[in-house]
Design a protein around this ligand. Structure first.
Ligand code: NAD
Length: 493
């Protein structure tokens, strides 16, 4: 069995304790991808020490030169795209056309960062005094701890790691225990691109190693993507320890179809939004809200089309829906399907595990649709993170907006309508970090702000230049060239 290692100070090393964990292919549980270090606080400490040793020379490397290294990383991601997409599919399940897109997001993020190395703007402003100049700069934060989920094993880490490095920070990356092989390739690519030893480190492990990273006193910032439960507990520790903390957490995204919508387009959008990535995207469509005038017609079409989706290993070219990530998640989805039944929703499609002859070796759940879901039901309110869609009838456009907003999360949202006035009212009134018009709830672009409101985030945004706000501290500089003590207005008015 292949044995993978941590990447610390430019070297591949075992966990100091020698402990390991195994990672299995979710499409075929007989296929073990390998053994990975089950790291603890001692390994985290070694990685943080490597960061501290490397931090000054990396900070002093001009940002455009750091950008050149990241451009090379983009080139290497491009060269290894097909190979990496197959590695990713084998370890987390989504079809290769999706994992190739996952790598593409990292490529775009690298090329964006390369150019940002020549901007990384601060700003100047006039002084209130004569012969005085005011400037501001973006400075690195220091050692950044990056903790991520498994569903976008390359894209989501790249949203954090690439801007963090461009800004002159050093990084300890604790990838998900369900997608560790992708993180190994991430490190290989940054090493080949020329990121110096110690600047970027990978420490594998489970929740305990993530917690050790949060606790380490030399770590100044935690950037986290994962569940709201884990994220809010990390935020509480970061609050107590006075660390900068950015959180991208759960969602319960709604897509509304109005009676004036292009129904064929909306249908395609719902199928992709709800069942793409087996419903395991933070932005997946997990609630569908349909106007009463087209409810019967639209849901009938939806059930017909969803019943034809092809389940299978993501490595097979005709697969549309892959497995779910692990046994624990499969059981959680089954539990929610039972909850939906018990709550009185109408199970119109699917309803559990698919363990036919080809699929029985993996963790497959049939695309599942519940009709007649009401806002008080748990399947309307709680994140399931699987191929389960809850459908609710809206009495009007206003009611649809009310239903979309009746949610403790606020990541993505979508409305299909041909009425331009409704579209703009939806843009204004939907409480979410992302709103799509006539497109499903998924489809982020690397250069646009990404993140959510309410229970999804804590006010930060990844993607584009908003990520650079997370990974920099402001330095304000006043230059007085009057040769006398001038008091600012605060002391002299
Ligand atoms: P999770 O919270 O279980 O784990 C996420 C990461 O945190 C993993 O690396 C895990 O090892 C680590 N971790 C667990 N306990 C920890 C602790 N106490 N301290 C520090 N680290 C700890 O989430 P998951 O099951 O891997 O991912 C699914 C969740 O991620 C869903 O809720 C989904 O919505 C969310 N997600 C959000 C976004 C977004 O951008 N908003 C993107 C992808 C996934």
């Amino acid at each position: 069995m292949e044995r993978f290692k941590n990447y610390i100070n430019g070297a591949w090393v075992d966990a100091l304790s020698g402990k390991t964990f195994q990672n299995l292919n979710p499409a075929d549980q007989r296929d073990c991808i390998g053994e990975f270090p089950e790291s603890d606080a001692a390994d985290i400490d070694a990685a943080v020490k490597a960061c501290k040793a490397a931090e000054r020379s990396w900070m002093l490397t001009p940002a455009p030169k750091r950008g050149d290294i990241l451009r090379r990383a983009g080139d290497i991601f491009t060269r290894r795209k097909t190979e990496l997409s197959r590695i990713m599919t084998r370890e987390m399940g989504k079809p290769t056309f999706e994992t190739a897109g996952d790598v593409q997001e990292a490529i775009d993020t690298c090329y964006y960062a390369a150019t940002e190395g020549r901007r990384l703007f601060g700003y100047t402003a006039p002084s209130e005094l004569e012969n005085k100049m005011n400037l501001s700069f973006r400075m690195p934060v220091g050692v950044c701890g990056i903790i991520t989920a498994w569903n976008f094993p390359i894209a989501v880490p790249s949203w954090k790691i690439i801007p963090a490095l461009l800004c002159g920070n050093t990084v300890v990356f604790k990838p998900s225990e369900d997608a560790p092989h992708s993180a190994v390739v991430f490190a290989e690519i940054l090493e080949e691109a020329g990121v110096p030893p110690g600047v970027f480190n990978v420490v594998h492990g489970k929740g305990a190693s993530g917690a050790a990273l949060v606790e380490h006193p030399a770590v100044r910032l935690i950037a986290f993507t994962g569940s709201t439960q884990t994220g809010t507990s990390i935020a509480a520790r970061c609050g107590a320890l006075n660390k900068k903390c950015s959180l991208e957490m759960g969602g319960k995204n709604a897509l509304a179809v109005m009676e004036d919508a292009d129904q064929e387009l909306a249908l395609e959008g719902v199928l992709w939004g709800a069942f793409g990535t087996t419903g395991q995207r933070c932005t997946a469509t997990s609630r569908l809200i349909v106007h009463k005038d087209i409810y019967e017609e639209f849901t009938n079409k939806l059930i017909t089309h969803a019943s034809k989706l092809r389940l299978g290993s993501g490595l097979e070219p005709d697969t549309q829906v892959g497995p779910v990530i692990n046994e624990r998640q499969l059981e959680k989805i089954e539990r929610y399907i039972q909850i939906g039944r018990d709550e009185g929703a109408t199970l119109a499609l699917g309803g559990g595990r698919d363990d036919g002859p080809k699929l029985g070796v993996g963790l497959f759940v049939k695309p599942t649709i519940f009709l007649d879901v009401t806002p008080s039901m748990r399947i309307f309110r709680e994140e399931i993170f699987g191929p389960v869609l809850a459908v609710t009838k809206a009495e009007s456009f206003e009611h649809a907006i009310e239903l979309i907003n009746d949610c403790e999360y606020g990541l993505s949202s979508s409305i299909f309508t041909s009425d331009v006035n409704r579209a703009f009212r939806a843009i204004r009134d939907i409480e979410a970090g992302i709103t799509y018009i006539n497109a499903p709830t998924i489809g982020a672009e690397a250069h646009m702000p990404f993140g959510g409101v309410k229970g999804t985030g804590n006010g930060h945004r990844e993607g584009g230049w908003t990520a650079y706000d997370i990974f920099t501290e402001w330095k304000t500089v006043y230059v007085d060239f009057s040769s006398k003590l001038q008091r600012a207005q605060i002391d002299n008015y």
